[in-house]
Ligand binder design. Structure first.
Ligand code: ADP
Ligand code: MG
Length: 254
């Protein structure tokens, strides 16, 4: 059996007394794109943050590439990961947020070279050409020396994607990457993501862009009140939803 890129089984997470994830089940296979839809407050961001070790889970099982998130098996026993091990695992996951989060005092190129140089300690001579290639890939080779403030939101988000890719992630998480953009800039970011998906990157994309989900996703999952109420192919979930909540949500965003 292949190891799933991400496997969530009955994942639970509470903040105070508020149970935000109430038993999330979801499997993402390597090379697949999963679009996660759901109303505001349903737990989408929290779920991504659990995958990325930014939150600890309270119950259930969550594995990334077969490794338990937050724990590992050693000598038949379960050991909690130390912060350093957690940091190492997080490097294999790229995350792109709604807000671009670029370092404002660094150029586009420096934003991309920063982590491979400082975290992976790769020499500038190899990092720089790779960063230039990534800028080219997101269509911004001519903006290498521009600062974030000199770039449009769509350009900044494309740099953010290139920056995440510079760490050679095995998995990319996108949390509403186009929600903060002016409508005319959404397409250029989705085009980069489509290209990445075409290259076989494993991706989980939280989005309200139904057209993107229909075209690019292998699996669409609908999260409601901390539970995946349905998942399937885009056709199944978007054209013929079985669950009343999914239907109500789609009628609002379509
Ligand atoms: P979504 O991304 O689907 O809009 P979130 O995962 O951001 O939903 O949030 C789900 C619920 O969890 C919301 O009610 C939110 O207020 C709550 N929540 C998220 N993060 C925290 C936190 N760090 N502390 C307390 N409550 C939180
Ligand atoms: Mg969110």
């Amino acid at each position: 059996m292949r190891t799933a890129a991400v496997r969530a089984e009955a994942v639970r997470k509470s903040f105070g007394g508020h149970e935000v994830l109430r038993g999330v089940d979801l499997t993402v296979e390597p090379g697949e794109v999963t679009c996660l839809l759901g109303p505001s407050g349903s737990g989408k961001s929290t779920f991504l943050r659990c995958i990325n070790h930014l939150e600890t889970i309270d119950g259930g099982t969550l594995t990334v590439d077969g490794a338990l998130v937050g724990y590992e098996h050693r000598g038949g026993r379960l050991h909690e990961l130390r912060p350093r091990q957690t940091a190492e695992r997080r490097r294999e996951i790229g995350m792109v947020f709604q807000r671009f989060n670029l370092f404002p005092h660094l150029t586009a190129l420096q934003n991309i070279t920063e982590a491979p140089t400082r975290v992976l300690r790769e020499p500038a001579a190899t990092v720089r050409p790779r960063a230039m290639a990534l800028l080219e890939r997101v269509g911004l080779a001519d903006k290498a020396n521009a600062y974030p403030a000199q770039l449009s939101g769509g350009q900044q988000q494309r740099v953010a994607i290139a920056r995440a890719l510079a760490m050679r992630p095995r998995l990319m998480l996108f949390d509403e990457p186009t929600s903060a953009l002016d409508p005319e800039l959404v397409g250029e970011v989705l085009a980069v993501m489509r290209d990445l998906a075409g290259d076989g990157m494993t991706m989980i994309v939280v989005t309200h862009e139904i057209g993107f989900a229909r075209e690019v996703a292998d699996t669409v999952a609908f999260l409601d009140s901390g539970i995946v109420v349905e998942s399937g192919t885009p056709d199944q979930v978007l054209s013929d939803p079985r669950h009343e909540r999914t239907r109500a949500f789609l009628s609002k965003v379509l």
